[in-house]
Design a protein around this ligand. Structure first.
Ligand code: PGA
Length: 248
């Protein structure tokens, strides 16, 4: 069975002062929880994560990465730099990056490759917009997003990614996909992984994201192909994040 994985996506939130309390409360509250867990934080806080979380069961990571390795790319952060701060995960292709920074699936695939080349795990986000869902185009939209990444990877590397299904209409809105809706998409994503690498499909965690909260986590996480969560808002409160980890 795949171990469950709960990842917090802090987005552009946090401060040096408040992070310490949040991180320490998470560590203190884990209390033998079975699920793996991690926090993906703004890059300036990675050193602080390393200081507070090293040696604890909580891993940490970043929310984006450059496709380039060093050089004249003002404002960018490369995968080697993230690896230097002990990151295990890097989120790539979050819908906020796709929407606000016009990242397309080809770029997301390059980012996933950069993360893997630096020895970290990309969390590859896919998800349909409300228009796509209403037009019955969910399978096609998420299918194309995942395929773009899978096609860029060699077969063995497929086993080294994490996938996150995040319906865009559910992110930060309080509306979540029902467990059955999410399971449908997760099963499709699993089948796509299987078509590239059958063994990998058994081990790659597929996380659900989009208003996962303590109240709905248990039912979502009970679905056979939902292996964890990518948590935005609820990851900013230790109590809520811990409740989700315990539900896993
Ligand atoms: P949310 O965000 O939990 O606040 O909906 C999830 C995400 O964007 O990763």
């Amino acid at each position: 069975m795949r171990a469950k994985l709960i990842v917090g996506n802090w987005k552009m939130n946090g401060s040096r002062a408040t992070n310490v309390t949040l991180l320490k409360d998470i560590v203190a509250g884990l209390d033998g929880a079975r699920a793996g867990c991690a926090v993906c934080v703004p890059a300036p806080f990675l050193q602080q994560c390393e200081e507070v979380l090293a040696g604890t069961p909580v891993a940490w990571g970043a929310q984006d990465v450059s496709i380039h390795a060093f050089g004249a790319y003002t404002g960018e952060v490369c995968a080697q730099m993230l690896a230097e701060f002990g990151c295990r995960y890097v989120i790539v292709g979050h819908s906020e990056r796709r929407a606000y920074h016009r990242e397309d699936s080809a770029l997301v695939a390059q980012k996933a490759l950069a993360v893997l080349a630096a020895g970290m795990t990309p969390i590859v986000c896919v998800g349909e917009t409300l228009e796509e869902r209403e037009a019955g185009a969910t399978a096609q939209a998420v299918g194309a997003q995942l395929d773009a990444v899978l096609e860029a990877l060699d077969t063995a590397a497929v086993a080294r990614i994490v996938v996150a299904y995040e319906p865009v209409w559910a992110i930060g809105t309080g509306m979540n996909a029902t467990p059955a809706m999410a399971q449908d998409v997760h099963a499709q994503l699993r089948a796509q992984l299987k078509a590239r690498n059958a063994d990998a499909a058994e081990v790659v965690p597929i996380l659900y994201g989009g208003s996962m909260k303590p109240e709905n986590a248990k039912d979502l996480l009970a679905q056979p192909d939902i292996d964890g969560g990518l948590i935005g808002g609820a990851a900013l409160k230790a109590e809520d994040f811990l409740a989700i980890i315990r539900a896993a």
